[in-house]
Design a protein around this ligand. Structure first.
Ligand SMILES: C[S@@+](CC[C@H](N)C(=O)[O-])C[C@H]1O[C@@H](n2cnc3c(N)ncnc32)[C@H](O)[C@@H]1O
Length: 211
């Protein structure tokens, strides 16, 4: 990872250390995840940056211990990242991590995604938060005009996209795609569903549909 992101290597190491120590002590990361933090978590999340335009505003919905949001902010200092997380125990860890890592481009927002009215982002990212249909109801209304929702999904991506079709149609979701990232670089490539927010999806933030 240091070779891929040399300018961020030191702080990525510090973040990995925080996850392995405070993250496990506070029950945010399972102890069994520690040996595979880099492969299964940090690298996996870093590759998402390949789908994010220059200087975008990004929300990480259901950030947990900061995945993928903190990794994105570390490898892409041009991004403005909001870590959206409802649980106090987790936002406390996130606030401390952001401070220790010295990340001026990150804001911690304690909220459920569906309660985050009046804010929009160029990209609304998430990993392991909810089934795609429910996730789309939360994330598409948070997208700015032409904005995109990026859901890290793994092997279930295709099935979830098919199953959630009625909900996505009702939300006016456009341009649905599945991306495989890091095919030549990762043991397990990152699978991401991208969905462009149509007008209807953004309208739902004002209570017109999807509530
Ligand atoms: C399984 S964890 C995944 C955390 C992190 N994204 C990761 O990949 O390690 C799911 C997270 O989603 C958060 N969450 C659940 N419902 C949510 C909602 N309605 N809005 C925002 N976050 C939510 C939970 O508090 C939890 O931190």
């Amino acid at each position: 990872m240091a070779a891929l992101y040399p300018r961020s290597a030191e702080r990525l190491n510090l973040y990995a250390e925080l996850l392995a120590t405070e993250g496990t002590l506070r029950g945010l990361i399972g102890p069994r995840e520690v040996p595979r933090l880099w492969d299964r978590h940090l690298l996996n999340c870093a590759f998402l940056e390949r789908l994010i335009p220059e200087s975008a505003t990004v929300a990480d919905v259901g950030s947990g211990a900061g995945l993928p949001g903190i990794v994105l902010a570390l490898v892409r200092p041009d991004l403005e990242v909001a870590l959206v997380e409802p649980l106090l125990r987790r936002t406390t860890f996130l606030t401390e991590a952001v401070e220790q890592l010295g990340l001026p481009n990150v804001e911690v927002v304690r909220s459920r995604a569906e309660d985050l009215r009046g804010r929009t982002f160029d990209v609304v990212a998430s990993r392991a938060v909810a089934p795609l249909g429910r996730l789309a109801k939360w994330c598409l209304p948070l997208c700015a005009e032409g904005g995109v929702m990026l859901a890290m999904k793994g092997e279930s991506a295709e099935a979830e996209l098919a199953e959630s079709r009625p909900e996505l149609d009702a939300l006016g979701a456009e341009d649905r795609k599945i991306h495989q990232l890091g095919v030549d670089e990762l043991k397990q490539p990152t699978t991401v569903v991208s969905i462009v927010a149509g007008r209807a999806a953004r309208g739902s933030q004002h209570g017109r549909i999807g509530r």
